[in-house]
Every structure is written in C-alpha cells, then in structure tokens.
Write a protein that binds this ligand. Sequence first.
Ligand code: HEC
Ligand code: HEC
Ligand code: HEC
Ligand code: HEC
Length: 427
Amino acid sequence: MNNKKKFLLAGLGVCVVILAAVIVVQSFVIQPPAAIELAKLPAGEYDPAVWGGYYPLEYESYRKNLEMTPSPTGFGGSVNEQKSIKEPEILMNFKGMAFSKDYAEDRGHPYSLEDLISSKRVTPASVGACMTCKTPYVKDVFKEKGWDYANLPLSEVVKGAGHPVSCANCHDPATMKLTVVNPAFIEAMQRKGIDVHKASRKEMRSYVCGQCHSEYYFEPKTNRVVFPWDKGYTPEQMYAYYEEKPAGFEKDWEHPDSQAKMLKAQHPDFETWSGGVHGKSGVSCADCHMPYQRHNGQKYSSHHVTSPMKNIEGSCKTCHTQSTDWLLERVKTEQNNVFELQHTAGLAVSRAHEVIGKASAVATADKAGLDKARELVRKAQWFWDIVAAENGMGFHNPDQVMNTLGRSIDMAHQSVEAANKAAGTHY
Ligand code: HEC
Ligand code: HEC
Ligand code: HEC
Ligand code: HEC
C-alpha cells in the first residue's frame, strides 16, 4: 500500500469512527424513544396511576419522586428542611411576612399539593392563585372561571384538586405531546411574541418546567398570576419591570424595621438557566433532570425529577467526558462559592434593615435620606433573594449569580451609609 492509499484508508477509518460516535450520541442525547403506543386518555383524567397503567416505566420512575434523599452536593436534595437553619438571615429579611414562618427546601412533585395545604404560609385569607403550580386541576378551573379562580378562597378552589403535579401538567392526554397548562406562562410568552403552541419539541423540554419554576407576582385586587418578563429575564430587567408598578403593584409587603416596600422573589430557575452556559447552548431542563434510561432494552425518559447529581452518569456524561468525581467536585465548588457570597449578602441586607430602623427612630433624621436608604435595601434584597430563591445554588448560571450577589452586597452597604447620613448616626 502506498502512502496515499494508507492516508485515504486512515481518513476513511476516522470518518467511520466519527459517524459511529455521532449515531451513538444522537441516539442517547437527541433521539426520543421509539414511537410509543398511545392510550388516548380522555381530557380531565388527572390520576397518574391511571396514566401509569399504560405508561408503566414513566409512572414507576415518577413514583420515585416520593423518595426523600439528600443530594451529594450538600445542597438541594428532596429533604423537607427549613432553609433558615443554614441561613438565619431569612428570619430577619422576611420579617413581617409569611416566609419568615415557613420556608422549606423543595421536594418531589407528588408532594406539591400536600406541602401547599400544610404550609404555615397558607391562612384562611390565601387565594386560589396559590394552586396554579401545584396540580393539573388548574386546567378545569381556568376553563370554567378564567382568572376569577385566582381571587376565590384557596380552601374552596383546592377542594376539587385530587392530584399533585403530575402527567397532565406536562402532557396532552390524547397525543402524549408535551404541553403547558399554566395560563400565566402562556400569557407571558405571548407578550414576548412567542406562541408556545408552536414551540419545537426541544423548547418544550424546558417550557414544561418554566411554566412553574419561574418568578411571578399576584396582580393587586384580582390576584391574577403574572410573570415579570416583559423587559427580559435578568434580575436587573425584572426589577426594572417592577419599578414601573405594573397594574399598581408596588410591594409584596412592608418590612416592619426599615419600613421599606419589599418584593419577594420566587424560584426563578427558568430565568436563571436561560442566560447560563447550558441554557444558551440549548441544553434543556429535561436533558439534565429527566435523563434517558433503559429497561429490558426499552428506552424511556426518567420521570424521577430531582437533583441530577444523584445520577451524574445519566444526567451529565451524555455530553461531558470528565469523570463523575470531577463533575461532582466542580458543581460543589461552584455552589460553595455561591453559598458563601449569598450568606454574606443576606447578612448585609439584614444589617441594612436594622440600621434604617434605628436611624428612623432619630426624630431629626432627614426623611428623604431615609427613603433613599429604603429604596437601596429594597433593591439589595431583591438581588440577594432572586439568587437565594433559585433552586440550583448558582449552578444554572454561576457567573450571573456571582455578579448579582456582589451588587446586592454593595447596595446593602450603600443603604447603611445613606441611613446613617440621614440620621447623623454611626451604626
Ligand atoms: C446542565 C444541567 C442542568 C440543566 C440544563 C438544568 N438543571 Fe436544574 N439543576 C442542575 C444541578 C447540577 C442542580 C444542583 C443539584 C444539587 O445541588 O444537588 C440543579 C438543581 C435544580 C433544582 C433544585 C433541585 C433540588 O434538589 O432541590 C431545581 C428545582 C431545578 N434544578 C430546576 C431546573 C429547571 C426548571 C431547569 C430548566 C429551566 C433546569 N433545572 C435546568 C442541573 C441542571
Ligand atoms: C414535569 C413534566 C412532566 C410530567 C409531570 C410527566 N412527564 Fe412524561 N415526559 C416529560 C418530558 C419532558 C418527556 C420527554 C418528551 C420529549 O422529549 O419529547 C416526557 C416523555 C414521556 C413519554 C414518552 C416516552 C419517554 O419516556 O420519553 C411518556 C410515555 C410519558 N412521558 C409518560 C408520562 C406519565 C405516565 C406521567 C405521569 C405519571 C408523566 N409522563 C409525567 C415531562 C413530564
Ligand atoms: C405544575 C407545576 C410544575 C411543573 C410543570 C414542574 N414543576 Fe418542578 N416543582 C413544582 C413544585 C410546586 C415543586 C415543590 C414541591 C414540594 O416541595 O412540595 C417542584 C419541585 C421540583 C424539584 C425538587 C425535587 C427534589 O427532589 O427536591 C425539581 C428538581 C423540579 N421540580 C424540577 C422540575 C423540572 C425539571 C420540570 C420540568 C421537566 C418541572 N420541575 C416541572 C412545580 C412544578
Ligand atoms: C446536552 C449536553 C449537556 C449536558 C447533559 C450537560 N452539559 Fe454541561 N455543558 C454542556 C455544554 C455545551 C457546555 C458549554 C461548554 C462546552 O462547550 O464545553 C457545558 C459546560 C459545563 C460546565 C462549565 C461551565 C459552567 O457553567 O460552569 C460545567 C461545570 C458543566 N457543564 C457541568 C455539567 C453537569 C454537572 C451536568 C449534569 C448535571 C452537565 N453539565 C450536563 C453540555 C451539557
């Protein structure tokens, strides 16, 4: 064989290997399981056990969401634990509102309804809007009453809801195609010019999660659920949206010490992910949180939706060539760095509330100066909370999260300075 032939043969060999690799990667990462036999369930069938009769592998893995196990990162996990144990600043920063009474780590989807009803945050004054992300029954309620359900007592609306987050929240029962049911998500996307009914399968693999794992607020008077996305997904853009007092919404509550008008951030997993390396690279929520598995040769999506770090092999190594240990260490390092700064920011915000409170007690204090300090603590706390309320401890977007926390700390210090200046104090 001459050199040219050897070269061609080697080239051919390389091509074959690449092609084989592409096919393997495609079949694991991109290709869905072979066509499934459709049960054609009727609309209004919300019992996951009935769905499970036709789709047993998905149902069995969904049942695993009942397991309450910690994550190997030391963060996340499915254990129902109060966040204030590790972050006591929560008690000060949410003083005067329900999150200082009860703020637990999230756990599996089958617990969503139970955890809603038993939450100490729920009172007789709680409204139907709270049910929006906890059960597929919201479909019926919205069809029947439109947004009026949001303003009815939660105790009344929740009566008809027999099942927690389950199959019908993400699937059309007849076609099994992915679907979104939360009207607030559909409307927010519409305002951005996106018709979710025309979304690609790949987009749907994140939209089904984004319909619930997102920041929202209740519109004053109607309690309609609204996602603050008109200006974009970053903490700054969402804050700018709130600054315009949409539909008269200016606060979730007033802090009793600083008397600042505060916002409460809610689990912005979708927003945070969307600007991160994975979101920008088209890696969907389901790629990591619902990896493919095999049972007797049949491929299916794991419906055990929990920390991907419990199954690094399936969740990460479809794309990453690093070792399992390396990936775990990498995630832990990112999260430890974020936790440390998040804690520092939370404490800096607590101190600002305290100092403004003391400065306000000085009779001669300059009112405009105190208001400036209050505005700064409101923003500092938003920047802390939008990170602290997110569920990935920074993993979904480490660089943005670090930037947000750094700015929170700076604004909290500025707030303390402004309060002291207004009152002539040195707290
Ligand atoms: C590249 C992989 C990846 C993608 C994509 C991803 N996540 Fe995560 N997610 C993680 C990791 C890693 C953690 C941290 C888990 C831990 O600390 O144990 C996490 C944590 C979470 C948690 C908290 C889990 C717990 O144990 O409490 C939630 C909720 C979550 N992600 C939702 C989402 C949503 C919603 C999306 C899409 C908008 C998404 N994730 C996209 C990897 C991913
Ligand atoms: C949180 C959203 C969500 C819930 C809840 C959910 N699924 Fe899925 N399901 C998905 C996603 C995402 C896929 C992947 C679809 C794709 O990529 O086309 C999927 C895929 C499937 C498939 C196609 C085959 C496969 O395994 O990929 C079946 C069948 C299925 N789910 C059944 C169920 C059943 C039964 C339940 C209730 C016990 C359920 N699903 C609950 C999101 C969900
Ligand atoms: C209908 C609303 C809804 C949808 C859709 C939804 N979630 Fe959730 N999710 C929740 C709620 C509510 C909880 C908290 C339940 C609790 O703590 O009782 C939760 C909890 C979680 C957890 C924590 C589980 C654990 O083990 O700690 C993860 C991870 C998660 N969701 C990821 C996802 C992903 C990924 C998707 C899309 C495939 C998704 N969710 C779709 C509402 C939803
Ligand atoms: C579907 C493919 C895919 C999956 C699944 C995936 N990643 Fe990635 N990951 C990427 C891509 C693409 C990048 C961008 C950098 C690159 O091209 O290497 C990246 C970058 C990273 C980085 C460096 C950037 C950063 O944000 O710190 C880390 C760390 C990482 N991934 C960890 C994980 C972990 C842990 C998991 C599993 C929970 C995971 N990835 C799952 C595709 C993936």
